[in-house]
Design a protein around this ligand. Structure first.
Ligand code: PEP
Length: 251
């Protein structure tokens, strides 16, 4: 049974350690009921030691640095993340790219995360809605991030398609459509096929992110070939996020 991958991206939230522990514990307790879902919570790095992964809930990080150790002020290494119980890493989120993260940095981070045994979640997405053609930007982001990453690491990779214009902070909560996600997931799989060949490409999970909530999640999970969702804002509301898990568990 392939589980639905449901990732909570908490971004720079919650405001306090107390709130972090409360929200996490509620999600962790609820997760025990759901066997068909891989639940991943990615808090800010500083909160990682406060919360513990469990058999039904995994910890993720919102970033990783591409060197193992040394004079890199403010950065966080693979070893530090491993030590904090992290098994997933988000890489190339549009909010980090907006802050100046380059294609080259994303590439190094994908390689570092996958080769150190994390599941590397490569976030890609076009900035503007374009109904005419498949976004070149998504193709460039994938090709550039996976350049030089050997096929044996394909099983460590997940692609999160997150059209930037559909992320709640840009869209006011209006998501993309499941139909567009379906078309994009085929497009993305073709790109993966050119890079790593058919067998690897068919196995890489592709998940959707952008204003997912309990009302629209079913549509995205029903998309053929899709493997889950990445949830930002709605994942900070435990009742809402638990509803999303419940729906995913019934898939
Ligand atoms: C995100 O930014 O990864 C995201 C999915 O955010 P939201 O769900 O708030 O659109």
């Amino acid at each position: 049974m392939r589980k639905q991958i449901i990732i909570a991206n908490w971004k720079m939230n919650p405001r306090t350690a107390k709130e972090t522990k409360n929200i996490f514990e509620r999600i962790k307790n609820a997760s025990k009921k759901y066997q068909r879902v891989e639940v991943v919570v990615t808090p800010p790095h500083i909160y990682l030691p406060l919360i513990k992964a469990g058999s039904r809930i995994k910890l993720g990080a919102q970033d990783i640095f591409f060197k193992d150790e040394g004079p890199f002020t403010g950065e966080i290494s693979a070893g530090m993340l491993k030590d904090s119980g992290v098994s997933y890493v988000l890489i190339g989120h549009s909010e980090r790219r907006e802050l100046g993260e380059t294609l080259e940095t994303v590439r190094k981070k994908i390689y570092q995360a996958a080769s150190k045994g994390f599941r590397a979640v490569l976030c890609v997405g076009e900035k503007e809605k374009n109904q005419e053609a498949f976004p070149v930007m998504v193709k460039e982001e994938i090709i550039s991030a996976l350049k030089g990453v050997p096929r044996r690491l394909a099983s460590k990779t997940i692609i999160a398609y997150e059209p930037v214009w559909a992320i709640s902070s840009h869209s006011g909560g209006k998501s993309d459509t499941p139909q567009n996600f379906f078309e994009m997931s085929i497009y993305i799989r073709r790109i993966l096929l050119d890079i790593w060949g058919k067998n690897a490409a068919l196995r890489i999970p592709i998940i959707y992110g952008g204003s997912v909530n309990s009302k629209n999640v079913k549509g995205f999970l029903d998309v053929k070939g899709a493997s889950g969702v990445l949830v930002g804002k709605a994942s900070l509301n435990p009742a809402e996020f638990i509803k999303i898990l419940e729906i995913a568990d019934k898939k």
